[in-house]
Write a protein that binds this ligand. Structure first.
Ligand SMILES: O=C(CO)COP(=O)(O)O
Length: 255
């Protein structure tokens, strides 16, 4: 069984120029303490990937793409492939973010192709799942999450549990300031782990990291990270300022 290392990820979405991104990473690497139980991921826009990659000097800091195409290359105007992301130094790629699902109409089939492409060419996909507010209110959270998980991971080899990361991002908590309570996050995270356990066995399920995303801030990070099955965070807005992201990375340890 592989011991899980927590992952604190910055999803910058469509923010930061190259110089802003480089300046941020330079300052962050200097100001954040080193912890042997956690890793940091920066997912800048494509335009800043190479520059950020060159700036990253710490062994506990990693680079990720925010999206990818499922083919290796070809006539796909505007798209970027997994091998291209690897080429600039990425280790991770975010797949199936709710903004991709809703604004860009990505369905589970496309998301699954991206997850499989990432694993095939050696990136770790961060598969995002999560229910909308109406679905939560209708008592359908588990059903939705279960369905997205099953379809997103179809025919994916989880190896020892380190080849994928799952991010639970309730849509109603993204960019709204309304965070899931630690109990709500834990309830869904443990459901996800149970489900993985049923499909892949206990050891693998125990090794998969399950991140929480949705209005994570310095003020709620410690309580979220105390939960048993919360193995890290996917942070949007609060990852755009060095000081708030530093505080989030330096969350208080469990126990
Ligand atoms: O979508 C998110 C991370 O992927 C969450 O965004 P916010 O942290 O801005 O709510």
């Amino acid at each position: 069984m592989v011991r899980r290392k927590n992952l604190i990820a910055a999803n910058w979405k469509m923010h930061k120029t190259v110089s802003e991104a480089v300046g941020f990473v330079r300052e962050l690497q200097k100001s954040v303490g080193t912890f042997d139980d956690r890793e940091v991921l920066i997912a800048p826009p494509f335009t800043a990937l190479l520059a950020v990659s060159k700036e990253l000097s710490r062994e506990d800091f990693f680079l990720g793409g925010q999206n990818c195409h499922w083919e290796e290359k070809g006539a796909y105007t505007g798209e970027v492939s997994v091998p291209m992301l690897k080429d600039v130094g990425c280790r991770y790629v975010i797949v199936g973010h709710s903004e991709r699902r809703h604004i860009f109409k990505e369905d589970d089939e496309v998301i699954n192709k991206k997850v499989r492409a990432a694993v095939k060419w050696g990136l770790v996909p961060i598969l995002c799942v999560g229910e909308m507010l109406e679905e939560r209110e209708a008592g359908k959270t588990f059903e939705i999450v279960s369905d997205q998980l099953e379809k997103g991971l179809k025919d994916v080899d989880l190896l020892d549990g380190r080849s994928v990361v799952i991010a639970y991002e309730p849509v109603w908590a993204i960019g709204t300031g309304r965070t899931a309570t630690p109990e709500q996050a834990q309830e869904v995270h443990s459901f996800i782990r149970e489900k993985l356990s049923g499909s892949y066995g206990k050891d693998i399920a125990h090794s998969v990291r399950i991140l929480y995303g949705g209005s994570v801030k310095p003020s709620n990070v410690d309580d979220l990270m105390k939960e048993e099955d919360v193995d890290g965070l996917l942070v949007g807005g609060a990852s755009l300022e060095v000081e708030s992201f530093r505080r989030i990375i330096e969350y208080q340890q469990k126990g």
